[in-house]
Design a binder for this molecule. Sequence first.
Ligand SMILES: [Zn+2]
Length: 258
Amino acid sequence: MKRTLAVSFALYLAVFLVPLLAGGKLPAPVETAAETTPSPAAVPFAEKPAPSSPPVSPSPSPAPPPGYTITVLVEGTPEEISLRGFLLGAVAAEMPALYPEEALKAQTVAIRTFALYAQSRPYHENARLCADWECCLAFSPLEGREADWGEQYEEYARKIEAAVDETAGVVILYEGEPIEAVFFAATDGRTRSAAEVWGGEVPYLQSVGSDFDLEFANGPRGHGVGMSQFGARQLALRGLGYEEILKWYYTGVEITGA
Ligand SMILES: [Zn+2]
């Protein structure tokens, strides 16, 4: 017993005094716990990073962990789909795969953010989102695109996988929360504010210039709020990265995890 205490005390010295001598600060709660029950508290503390390492943010990261799944309503049936699988299928269904990589990345981050936004505000009673482009957004598994893409399948699938994997964990935030990252095909030179189209003020969904959309062959398509997909293409062709594209269309946002 005495020996155990002595070992505990030595451990206590090693764990607390060494960082202290090195100029580290003692974290108050652990210090208090160590005074009353030295050995149990000393062990978990010893596993923690040294006090000199950068402080850990108290709020959890908005980035979804690997293996994260979401419930999506597919033809009326709720399906549990991995976020990665959902992103691959949704990006492929929402944006032409021949668009530049940075436009595909902007699209990916918008959809990932939209899916996280829907976690706290589900669009459906029994599912976060649905796979209907007229309601939530278009989605069909990437593997099913082989018939449409034919010889281009491998190339397009690789482009979309790169867009999803190279932006893994990247999310658009406004005041620390994932935004409702809506988007549409093309507009007539400017986007519309949410207030103008849906009647509710949303600080990050304001009207912005998008005159390169005038080159879109089929005229304005969609509600005009948020990111223009064709505009994202045009900005990417002008050399903008996906973060700059997202900041162009979503007012006052920050991009985290990039
Ligand atoms: Zn829906």
